[in-house]
Design a protein. Structure first.
Length: 94
């Protein structure tokens, strides 16, 4: 939740006046824009690529088998049973 505080906040009036500039800045900076209504967050504008990544992640997380595997892997890492990244890179020739 605190990540949203790093975003640019823009009111509805400014959005209407400066939409073209805001979209250009969004592309250049790659950070989302939070649209506010009466000072409260109402919507978020993000890059299409980031949106598609989020949609794909949500799709994967909705698969019970994938989620179970992910949670099991997380548990193993916390128990010290994970493989260090440098070992994985070595095995993959990276």
């Amino acid at each position: 939740m605190t990540e949203i505080l790093k975003s640019q906040f823009v009111g509805m009036h400014e959005l209407r006046k400066n939409l073209t500039r805001l979209l250009r800045d969004l592309e250049e900076e790659g950070r989302e824009v939070v649209i506010t209504r009466q000072g409260k967050p109402a919507a978020v504008i993000i890059e299409v690529e980031k949106y598609l990544e989020v949609q794909q992640a949500l799709k994967e997380l909705s698969d019970p088998a994938y989620l179970a595997d992910l949670l099991e892997a997380k548990k193993e890492i916390h128990e010290g049973k994970g493989v260090p990244a440098d070992e994985v890179f070595r095995q993959k020739g990276l």
